[in-house]
Design a protein around this ligand. Structure first.
Ligand SMILES: [Mn+2]
Length: 260
């Protein structure tokens, strides 16, 4: 069987890319990660039954011939995986230099991984349902800050135009992209804000933010997406764990759009 996977603590770009890969490979199983971001969970609770995703535990017990890995280059081991399992990566993050030589890789540095896959749908597949178009739009909007981050490319913007033509709902997208903080997150947020550390050097700000984001990709940061909130012009706050289990956090200046 052919399985499509993405990263843990999935954001909407991971879910959009997962859906896009499934539309392109109708026979494949698109497996949801065990953990997804809170706003993604809320979205899936409402619309998940109409989307072609399954849980890993519901996979048939067959051997896995091929895996398509989207929005990440980290592969988790699944039952059914063998030495012969082929791995194909579609990702928009910087390419790691330690990937196995027999993996095939599409690495387009676009604003969103969803764009890389959805271009193929636009060019080769039929019309999308409103829910499909909206899920893909959420993917692109999540990783491009609704097309405002500097990582946004014309290709992301063109794909958004296509998805709106396909009926993507901006009302639904708006509802799930900026959910209010939970009580717990608000408490952490307020605490961090009080202990704020500000770094003014533009380059340092950029590095600082990116480094933390990269850690969250590996699951070390909790609730990054939810906890990162603008706290004033050009400032943001985030919370997370790092290093040897210590908790780091701070409010700092950053130029919106330099990280996705
Ligand atoms: Mn992404």
């Amino acid at each position: 069987m052919h399985v499509i996977l993405t990263h843990e603590q999935a954001d909407f770009d991971a879910i959009g890319a997962l859906l896009a890969a499934r539309i392109l490979n109708e026979q494949a199983y698109a497996v949801l990660p065990r953990r997804v971001n809170r706003n993604v969970r809320a979205f899936l609770n409402l619309y998940g039954a109409e989307l072609p995703f399954i849980e890993a535990r519901d996979l048939p017990s067959e051997s896995i011939e091929s895996i398509t890995l989207v929005d990440t280059q980290s592969l988790i081991t699944l039952k059914g995986q063998t030495k012969k399992t082929k791995v194909h990566v579609v990702d928009h993050h910087q390419l790691r230099d330690d990937l196995p030589g027999d993996w095939t890789i599409v690495n387009d540095r676009l604003g969103a991984c969803t764009t890389v896959l959805a271009e193929d749908i636009r060019d080769h597949n039929g019309p999308l349902s409103v829910l499909q178009a909206t899920t893909l739009l959420l993917g692109i909007y999540e990783d491009t800050g609704s097309l405002t981050y500097v990582t946004t490319t014309p290709r992301d913007a063109r794909l958004v135009a296509y998805l709106l033509e396909q009926g993507a709902s901006l009302r639904i997208a708006g509802e799930f992209l900026n959910p209010p903080l939970s009580d717990e997150q608000r408490e952490i947020y307020n605490r961090l804000l009080q202990a704020a550390e500000t770094i003014n050097h533009p380059w340092a700000e950029y590095r600082y933010f990116c480094q933390r984001s990269a850690q969250s990709e590996r699951g070390n940061l909790q609730h990054r997406a939810q906890a990162a909130r603008p706290v004033g012009p050009g400032r943001a706050v985030f919370a997370g764990r790092h290093g040897r289990g210590g908790t780091a956090g701070g409010a700092f200046h950053y130029r919106p759009g330099q990280c996705s």
